[in-house]
Design a binder for this molecule. Structure first.
Ligand SMILES: CC1=C(CCC(=O)O)c2cc3nc(cc4[nH]c(cc5[nH]c(cc1n2)c(C)c5CCC(=O)O)c(CCC(=O)O)c4C)C(CCC(=O)O)=C3C
Ligand SMILES: [Fe+2]
Length: 321
């Protein structure tokens, strides 16, 4: 194939657009970031204060969140090139709400002479409102610039992903010392979305249940349920039950005093994990007298890097061979 970019040794050069939600890099950036999320409408002073306070509570002046993503992207590039010396992979970041934006990532690839690319999102489950939106923006920019790009849509049942999450559930179970395994309620969680996705036959809820079932089966967990977290306050109904409500009913019905939260929808330490779980849910649990533990985030876990590397490689070679 003559139009493929090759390096000096004749190997195919493949651009990898690694997309994620994006996070501010300083307290000063929170307002611009929030305005972008709100499609250009600046937040009210109360809304801004609420979000700024949440960031301040987790970062203490230093923002480690972007670094988590930077490290994932670097680790993925290393893994791809180590494992597949038959091609050269170059990773570019593209963020939904922060710089470099998805469009910037596509532009940089083209500026570097890349002609074929694969896009992947740092979120394992497909929703038209999340991953679908990332893909649409990348595809539009790629079409405009004449870049050939294909996408990984989801990888929520990849064996290495399930293994990494199962290990985390198992190691977290050991923190409930002296408590029988069936006395710990395992709660799998993910970011809620507006309920209207159900009418759109969105695969998101079912994919999340599939991941949860696979982990529960592999870890031998029988007492588990799924809960949504981090719903927005937008005046429209969001998917429930909400984790915090589940904690309350679990207590009322005396179903469990020990809860293990495994946020399967998030792949690294960010606001939803460090604030919504570690501060907000933890404080609700304390009030209720529930012992709550959460699993470690995947971050650059080699099994997660293997998952990403696999799905990107498959897409690159399945789509173009
Ligand atoms: C499905 C989904 C994921 C998981 C899949 C994926 O990763 O894509 C996700 C991840 C994330 N969401 C994040 C941050 C925020 N999301 C917000 C608001 C919203 N999220 C939504 C959905 C999702 N969000 C939606 C429908 C809204 C309403 C407005 C909109 O339609 O966009 C708001 C506004 C205030 C608030 O509501 O809290 C913030 C600050 C961060 C970065 C945090 C950090 O800095 O560490 C991450 C990883
Ligand atoms: Fe979000």
């Amino acid at each position: 194939m003559s139009d493929l970019t090759t390096n000096q040794t004749g190997r195919r050069k493949i651009g990898v657009l690694v997309m994620s939600y994006g996070t501010p890099e300083s307290i000063e950036q929170v307002e611009a970031y929030y305005t972008h999320i709100r499609r250009g409408n600046p937040p009210s002073p109360e809304q801004l204060k609420d979000l700024t306070d949440r960031y301040e509570a987790i970062v203490g002046g230093v923002f480690p969140l972007r670094e988590n993503t930077d490290n994932q992207v670097k680790a993925l590039e290393n893994r791809l090139n180590e494992k597949h010396p038959d091609a050269e992979f170059v990773c570019y970041q593209g963020l939904k709400h922060a710089s470099p934006l998805i469009e910037d990532g596509v532009e940089r690839m083209v500026a570097d002479g890349i002609t074929e690319a694969v896009g992947v999102v740092l979120a394992p489950h497909y929703s038209i409102m999340s991953v679908g939106g990332y893909i649409k923006r990348a595809q539009e920019k790629a079409d405009e610039l004449g870049l050939s790009i294909s996408f990984v849509r989801s990888y929520h049942l990849h064996p290495q992903l399930i293994e990494a999450l199962t290990i985390r559930v198992e190691e977290t179970l050991t923190r409930f010392q002296g408590v029988a395994k069936d006395k710990v309620l395992v709660m799998f969680t993910a970011h809620s979305l507006p309920e209207k996705i159900l009418e759109m036959k969105d695969p998101y809820p079912e994919q999340l249940l599939e991941t949860s079932r696979a982990i529960a089966a592999k870890a031998g967990v029988t007492q588990w349920q799924f809960g949504w977290q981090s719903a927005g306050q937008t005046g429209v109904p969001w998917l429930g039950p909400d984790l915090l409500d589940v904690l309350r009913t679990v207590k009322e019905e005396q179903r469990a005093e020990h809860v293990l939260v495994c946020p399967v929808g998030f792949v690294s330490d960010h606001l939803e994990v460090l604030y919504d779980l570690d501060i907000e849910a933890q404080s609700t649990a304390k009030e209720l007298g529930i012992h709550l533990e959460r699993t470690r985030s995947l971050n650059t876990d080699p099994l997660y890097m293997e998952t990403l590397s696999d799905v990107v490689y498959e897409r690159a070679f399945a789509a173009k061979e």
